[in-house]
Ligand binder design. Structure first.
Ligand code: ZN
Length: 196
């Protein structure tokens, strides 16, 4: 078990597309274990490989819905089909998103309500998951990470400006800044929406 440092916005690996996985050997299973361990310690509801400095198309998730049903998994080389994003802008209470690579900040962002995630498991077996609501949001957030996009890049103009200001005030937005879950308690705010 290894909890790895999570890179903060400004680190180049977060801002470029990740490469497809071609080798399904022991290094990939170690990476998947580290992603799960790091996500749980953060704690977060999702984590993509670039967030721990690995530019490969892999992400993990673990999230319990309102009925207490746990959704947990890993996908390699994913593809995401999305329903249209509704018009009208995000709900300021329901659509608030956060990111472990922009820790402790949160902004409203509207996402597609329904997605279908396809790809393969760590063993290369095909998988397909249909998701709604928060799980659909997690998948879209993590998929963005694999494309080198952070949720703050997608905000409405005013929120984006505010995010830039707060990122600058934290001293982020430049390379070589990370935090270590379990050591740096950036994410123990409890009642806030979960980050990914
Ligand atoms: Zn994120």
């Amino acid at each position: 078990m290894t909890v790895r440092p999570i890179w903060i916005t400004g680190e180049p690996v977060l801002h470029r597309p990740a490469r497809p996985v071609v080798d399904f050997g022991p290094e990939l299973s170690d990476l998947i274990t580290d992603l799960h361990d790091t996500m749980r310690r953060a704690p977060g509801v999702g984590l993509a490989a670039p967030q721990i400095g690995v530019g490969l198309r892999v992400f993990v998730w673990e999230w319990e819905d309102d009925s207490g049903i746990a959704h947990e998994g890993v996908v390699v080389n994913p593809r995401l089909d999305r329903s249209p994003v509704p018009r009208g802008g995000p709900d300021p209470d329901e659509d608030v998103e956060g990111c472990l690579s922009v820790p402790a900040l949160r902004f409203p962002l509207q996402r597609a309500p329904h997605v279908v995630l396809t790809g393969v498991t760590g063993q290369g077996e095909p998988l397909s998951i249909s998701a709604d609501g928060w799980l659909a949001r997690i998948f879209q957030h993590e998929m963005d990470h694999l494309e080198g996009t952070l949720y703050v890049d997608r905000l409405r103009w005013r929120d984006k400006r505010q995010a830039r200001k707060e990122i600058k005030a934290e001293g982020w937005g430049r390379p070589q800044i990370s935090w270590l879950p379990g050591l740096d308690n950036l994410e123990d705010s409890g009642e806030e929406p979960e980050e990914a």
